[in-house]
Unconditional design. Structure first.
Length: 163
């Protein structure tokens, strides 16, 4: 089990990451764009589950580069990663902190940060200029066709795959 405080530490270790609050929940952003946030279920979310028990414990929402990346993350089969109808068409996944491994959460947070960071900052991070990318296998990086980046008038950035 990973705590929200551990997730916050992971997020704040990334260059220029900041913690704030939106709708009463902790949010982590880079350059004014949220890449991870606490996501409690609303009454409507719980109603949609019907007779099925929704995931328990703290839930974190994390951005992904695009909807293709979201589909790939969900198709990987980890029970910790999921989505709800409210997130249909939105490039983010939900993560049940009580079910995720530390490594998988760290990778997801880094990928969320990369999806939202300005291209120059992301490039420096991936090149190891900040020191934070040291030890990462840069040979496995790929460039997604990022719809989220195009929507904001940016070219797609390089991002790592979540495993």
């Amino acid at each position: 089990m990973v705590s929200v405080d551990e997730a916050a530490r992971m997020a704040l270790e990334l260059p220029e990451a900041a913690e704030g609050e939106r709708s009463g929940h902790r949010t982590w952003s880079v350059a004014g764009r949220a890449f991870a946030w606490e996501r409690a279920f609303s009454k409507a979310d719980i109603r949609r589950y019907g007779q099925v028990t929704p995931p328990d414990g703290p839930i974190l929402a994390v951005r992904v580069a695009d909807l293709g990346e979201k589909e790939a993350v969900l198709a990987a089969g980890s029970e910790a990663f999921f989505t709800i109808p409210h997130f249909d068409g939105y490039s983010a996944v939900l993560i049940q902190l009580s079910a995720v491994t530390t490594d998988a959460l760290h990778d997801a947070i880094v990928d969320g940060w990369l999806a939202c960071a300005p291209p120059g900052l992301a490039d420096r991070y991936l090149a190891g200029g900040s020191g934070a990318a040291e030890g990462r296998n840069l040979s496995q990086l790929r460039v997604p066709a990022s719809t989220s980046c195009r929507r904001y008038g940016r070219s797609p950035i390089t991002t790592t795959a979540i495993r």
